[in-house]
Design a protein around this ligand. Structure first.
Ligand code: SF4
Ligand code: SF4
Length: 462
């Protein structure tokens, strides 16, 4: 980057000024970092490359040095004494490189910072400044544009999507031996509207039929939308909150249009976070319908006996990858283990796991930014080592972005494992109802409530 214009600098500084005036967290966390460097070894970029530019505190410092330069008297008059830097082309280039290309916003460093600096939050604020300067990587912006213009981030035409769903429905009917087994599209007044990651219709349609099988077994009243089914929201990563709100609004409006009681977010970490936990902030209104994740819904089905599962159907040794946005940033650590341990006979945890787990390397929009592919796969080596150490042959994760990254890691590091979603594991363990029995009230016909393994074995059922 040779230069940035006055207008670009002004737009970024105006945004910083507005954030400083309206968001006390921003100012507090900008000022809190003491540059001790203790967070260095928590970040997979630093671990993989040993380059100081990847130390999380350094990423905070990129943004805070601009704050000091333009918004503090000492930084204005004695910039070199107070580590205050001009927002020039060199700085903007470093920010793009480190905040977009050198951080998955996984939040692992936040747990390791002794004073709790929210590094990923500051990285997001830095991305917002780059967004108003028009410096979002083109690949990431193209993904957001596709979602806004077509309703899904892979720009899958509606006819192609409908064809895929019809094909999966025929397969489901054959497998269930029941012509009434279906994958409803655009039905109104159903209890649930279910959403998908566009990678499912495009590359992994079997995960759609896995969830359809779970709904069939539960006798659920549900539907998909043929137009607004995309659970992802890359507007959460490009730093443009208006675009993130627009994408979140598609699911909000579609839930209303189809008159569903509950929006169920398909297996996607960042999409679940963007809708469920950030959605009201983005949309500036509370949801007036229920919302949950597919993971929590499956946990509820198992706990209440609405579906029956038999863990002996899954004998292969399995491990679990915790998606950052569902576990460290979403609180679903125990729900995930309850579902998985109900459905597999042999389970082993990775080290570390849960809230301290390493990101797969595909978060923060990295999968959309092909210019950083080499970095992404290099940091994925940490996950590859974790998987190898377990000896597991199946890696389960409730996030299609993680699935994609894990499949690439599997190929690159020759792990020889199979990657599965939680719905696929649940579908494999299902004890199916007799097609001749009515599905009107499945809760009444469920055979038994499965014991909660969390209360019997908190670590491994191996
Ligand atoms: S983010 Fe926290 S751990 Fe890292 S350098 Fe700053 S104060 Fe130290
Ligand atoms: S949020 Fe994750 S990727 Fe970003 S600096 Fe922290 S540990 Fe590294």
């Amino acid at each position: 980057m040779d230069t940035i214009t006055k207008e670009q600098r002004k737009a970024a500084l105006d945004l910083m000024k507005a954030n400083l005036a309206s968001d006390s967290k921003f100012q507090t966390h900008l000022n809190a970092c003491v540059r001790c460097g203790l967070c260095a070894t928590s970040c997979m970029y630093y671990i993989a490359f040993k380059d100081p530019k990847y130390i999380p505190g350094r990423k905070v410092n990129l943004v805070s040095s601009i704050y000091r330069r333009y918004f503090t008297p000492e930084g204005k008059y004695f910039p070199s004494l107070f580590n205050a830097r001009n927002l020039d082309a060199e700085m903007a280039e470093e920010m793009v490189d480190c905040l977009f290309g050198g951080c998955t916003m996984c939040g692992r460093c936040v747990k390791h910072c002794s004073i709790g600096v929210d590094v990923s939050y500051i990285v997001k604020k830095g991305r917002e400044m780059l967004a108003v300067m028009g410096l979002v990587p083109k690949t990431l912006q193209a993904t957001v544009d596709a979602a806004i213009n077509t309703g899904n981030n892979m720009a899958i035409p509606t006819e192609e999507f409908v064809d895929t769903i019809k094909w999966m429905e025929e397969e489901l009917q054959d497998e269930m031996g029941d012509p009434k087994a279906n994958i409803p599209l655009d039905e109104t007044n159903r209890h649930i509207i279910y959403t998908l990651n566009p990678r499912e219709p495009k590359f992994f349609p079997l995960s759609i039929s896995a969830m359809a099988k779970v709904f069939y077994a539960a006798g659920e009243s549900w539907t998909l939308s043929s137009k607004y089914y995309d659970v992802t929201n890359y507007g959460f990563f490009n730093g443009n909150n208006e675009e993130a709100a627009k994408i979140a609004g598609y699911l909000y409006d579609e839930t209303h249009r189809l008159k569903a009681d509950k929006l169920v977010l398909g297996e996607c970490g960042h999409g679940s976070r963007a809708s469920r936990w950030e959605g009201p902030n983005l949309l500036k209104k509370a949801y007036d319908f229920e919302m949950t994740t597919a993971l929590e819904l499956m946990a509820e089905y198992i706990r209440t006996g609405r579906i029956k599962v038999d863990k002996t159907k899954n004998q292969t040794l399995c491990t679990l990858h915790d998606p950052c946005n569902l576990v460290r940033n979403g609180g679903l650590l125990e729900e995930m283990r309850f579902v998985v341990k109900s459905c597999v006979a042999n389970f082993v945890e990775m080290t570390p796991h849960g809230n301290d787990n390493f990101c797969c390397g595909g978060g923060g929009g990295q999968l959309a930014m092909s210019e950083y592919n080499e970095r992404r796969l290099k940091i994925g080596g940490i996950k590859a080592d974790q998987i190898k150490a377990t000896g597991a042959k199946i890696v389960i994760t409730p996030c299609h972005n993680c699935v994609d990254q894990l499949m690439q890691i599997n190929h690159t590091y020759k792990l020889g494992v199979t990657i599965k979603t939680v719905a696929e594991i649940v579908a494999d363990a299902l004890v199916l109802p007799d097609p001749a029995s009515p599905h009107d009230n499945p809760a009444d016909t469920a055979a038994e409530t499965v014991a909660d393994p969390l209360h019997t074995d908190s670590n491994s059922s191996k």
